[in-house]
Ligand binder design. Structure first.
Ligand code: ATP
Ligand code: MN
Length: 464
């Protein structure tokens, strides 16, 4: 169909010219004077375009006067300067073709404000609302910017497997992948489920991170990144956790922790600048309707250096704070979201890179520091969200890595290929994982992570 996107009809085309637009009706007003106003949205931008349908149109009395929200239409007509407030142009329709009518009484997206909880039950139709249209456009612009950032810098995009045999984070939060008949599981002579008879001949899982495989490509090709879905069977019912989420994982050879933190800061600032520049109308919507501080926050964050502190300094700041904590800060315990938010919101009021965590609370692959107590780990935390990036310089020394694995009750033989990177031409290298949905949350001000992904998967919920 030769149609003009509404974003171009509203901005790029002079009044007087004829256009055809296609979309879904947001609102209708059928005037007693024998004509109708239809506002039409096609998702190409936040704004809808108004079409004026005259009562003289052939299908007016039979069809157009009955149109309601949710109907799909193709409208052709001349663009005219609009007398309506806030509209630049409207279409004086010479033809309105109805593709699919909608039933006003039962259409789940009524032209009024719905709660986000309700809209989650209508996830198949919620992209037709202003908020979810805007989230989808920002998400798309950001995805493109992820590739742009890395490709401009010569990073290779690597596709790491979704089905894996290793638990990268060592947290045991894995979804099992199986083709076995659960009603009739094959057993070994001892009566245990026999994974050898499964599809892959061994137990397999959905990946929690592409990092280990990403490292193998970085240790051959230099700088790489992955951008794909990851899965965690963690029973975290929070506004910041999904069971299926998207992660961006760069990995750089010949890079240390400081270089890793530099990349993280540059990357986040690039993403924030892109949305400010390219998603103006959508960001204005979020700023007006969701959180009055999002634009100001993004501008402030892109203009000033991130704070950088060590974990030990963070603990000192938290311990000195006049606060009652759910989890009192203690050297050796992981930072909780309440701690991260205090540092990013109250102490520094900007993103903070926290480095050098206690080795015993971090995964085996993080580089052990000379003090023997801390690892070359970093988290980037931001106001409102807490952790948005987790990263590290990787342990490149074979003997130290093997000792770390044994200390964490892992069998080094299972990771023979990962250890080979340290056996044959080992190099210092570092990388991080950025939670894509948490980034969208931070940018848009959306409070619940379930509202920044099309079909959220969370404990006890995998609808649609
Ligand atoms: P958290 O402590 O918040 O659960 P994590 O330490 O488990 O995070 P990492 O394993 O370091 O997180 O993962 C890297 C990034 O992926 C995190 O910084 C975060 O942005 C994102 N992330 C981790 N778990 C989830 C999840 N369940 N849902 C959405 N994003 C997540
Ligand atoms: Mn987690």
């Amino acid at each position: 169909m030769d149609r003009t996107l509404i974003k171009y009809a509203l901005t790029n085309i002079p009044a007087g010219q004829a256009v055809t637009v296609a979309g879904w009706i947001r609102t209708t007003r059928h005037s007693k004077g024998g004509f109708s106003f239809l506002t039409i949205n096609d998702g190409s931008c936040m704004a809808s375009i108004q079409a004026v349908a005259d009562g003289k149109l052939a299908n007016y009395a039979d069809e157009l006067v009955h149109l309601s929200a949710g109907s799909s239409v193709v409208v052709t007509g001349a663009l005219a300067e609009s007398p309506a407030k806030g509209q630049t142009v409207e279409i004086q329709a010479s033809e309105v073709r109805v593709l699919g009518a909608s039933d006003a009484a039962t259409y789940p997206i009524q032209p009024k404000r719905h709660s986000f909880e309700y809209l989650r039950t209508q996830a198949h139709l919620r992209p037709r609302t202003n908020t979810f249209g805007a989230v989808a456009r920002v998400r798309s612009a950001l995805s493109f910017a992820v590739h742009e950032f890395f490709q401009q810098r010569g990073f290779l995009y690597v596709h790491t497997p979704i089905i894996t045999t290793s638990d990268c984070e060592g947290a045991g939060e894995l979804f099992r992948v199986t083709a076995m008949d659960l009603a009739d599981l094959p057993r070994d002579p001892a009566g245990n489920v026999d994974g050898e008879q499964d599809f892959f001949g061994r137990p397999t899982f959905l990946t929690v991170s592409g990092q280990l495989e990403g490292e193998t490509y970085a240790c051959a090709l230099g700088n790489i990144y992955t951008f794909g879905p990851t899965f965690r069977a963690e029973n975290s019912n929070t506004p910041r956790h999904l069971a299926e989420f998207w992660m961006v994982e760069p990995e750089m050879a010949f890079c240390d922790l400081a270089g890793d933190a530099d990349l993280a800061e540059e990357f986040l600032k690039f993403l924030f600048r892109v949305v400010l520049e390219r998603c103006g109308d959508d960001m204005k919507f979020f700023n007006d309707r969701i959180d009055k501080t999002v634009i100001e926050t993004l501008e402030h964050v892109t203009d000033s250096p991130f704070e950088r502190i060590t974990y030990t300094e963070a603990i000192d700041i938290l311990a000195a704070a006049d606060r009652s904590w759910d989890y009192p800060p203690r050297w050796g315990a992981d930072l909780q979201t309440e701690h991260e938010r205090f540092l990013a919101e109250e102490t520094f009021a900007k993103p903070v890179v926290i480095t050098d965590y206690p080795a015993q609370i971090k995964p085996f692959y993080m580089r052990l520091s000379d003090d023997g107590k801390t690892a070359a780990a970093m988290d980037v935390i931001v106001p409102r969200i807490g952790e948005i990036i987790g990263g590290a310089q990787r342990e490149e020394r074979l003997d130290v890595l093997e000792a770390q694995m044994k200390a964490q009750n892992m069998a080094p033989d299972d990771y023979w290929w990962y250890l080979d990177l340290r056996r044959y031409g080992t190099v210092p290298h570092a990388g991080f994982g950025l939670g894509f949905e948490r980034t969208v949350q931070f940018i848009t001000g959306m409070v619940n992570i379930r509202d920044v992904i099309a079909y959220p998967r969370t404990p006890r919920s995998a609808d649609f």
